[in-house]
Write a protein that binds this ligand. Structure first.
Ligand code: SAM
Length: 230
């Protein structure tokens, strides 16, 4: 399967069955045990990141690009905290849901701004670029280009999360692949941390903070990479 296929599949998935599934997971209604576990794990990742940014004390007015924003789980609290948020996602449905949620929480404002856009076509400059739990949709050979593109948009900081490729998680994924449930409509790609760090370093970044969320069904390594303003 090539990356064009991957991307088309991902877009279609998040505009159809994946939208229904993830909107529920990233919501507060009733879900099954596995989905609840994933919801809680994802929330931990979001909370860790917001805690980092708040502890820096300069969140108000900071420009942040939330690339692959989903239903706005990160964009909305960041805008609430005063950051200027540019949120985008390849899925029209996810962006539509994010807009509705933003309206409910923040009212009719222009922050965050939302766009239906592929990561690769994003442009502009932002103090911070965040890409949370999106790399799972990118094979390793496409990850470097995608991360380098996001790096070119980031003035001083790039924050990424990904499912780490360790022996244990690879086995778990293999088992999962043997039993594909109806919701397993997209391929999941794990990434070696050393590979991701190398890509970030090649783009002039160094790792500042790191986090790891692991629940029973959710695994996400969070890396904050920074570079000096040139
Ligand atoms: N970042 C959000 C969060 O953590 O709440 C959403 C994570 S969700 C697992 C993955 C999201 O990435 C989906 O909303 C999907 O549509 C989006 N996505 C996947 N590939 C993308 C691409 N190439 N460009 C933009 N968005 C993409």
């Amino acid at each position: 399967m090539n990356a064009v296929d991957d991307k088309t599949i991902v877009r279609e998935y998040f505009n159809a069955i994946g939208f229904d599934r993830w909107r529920r997971i990233y919501g507060d209604g009733e879900v099954n045990k596995v989905q609840l576990d994933i919801r809680q794990g994802h929330q931990q990742t979001v909370d860790t990141l917001i805690e980092w940014l708040k502890s820096d004390g300069n969140l108000a007015g900071l420009s942040i690009c939330d690339a692959g924003c989903g239903v706005g789980s990160l964009s909305i609290p960041l805008a609430e905290a005063g950051a200027k948020v540019y949120a985008s996602d390849i899925s029209e449905k996810m962006v539509g849901e994010a807009k509705e949620r933003a309206k409910k929480t923040l009212g009719n404002g222009d922050n965050p701004t939302f766009a239906v856009q592929d990561l690769e076509t994003l442009s502009g400059r932002y103090d911070t670029v965040v890409c949370l739990d999106v790399l799972i949709h990118y094979p390793q050979e496409k990850a470097a280009l995608m991360i380098s593109h996001l790096a070119s948009l980031a003035e001083s900081r790039l924050i990424l999360s990904f499912a780490p490729k360790t022996l244990a998680y690879s086995l778990l994924k293999k088992i999962g692949d043997f039993f594909p449930g109806p919701s397993k409509a997209t391929r999941a790609y794990l990434h070696r941390e050393a590979d991701i760090i190398k890509i970030l370093q090649n783009n002039g970044f160094t790792i500042k903070r790191q986090g790891m969320t692991s629940t029973r069904f959710y695994f996400s390594r969070l890396l904050e990479a920074t570079r000096k303003l040139g």
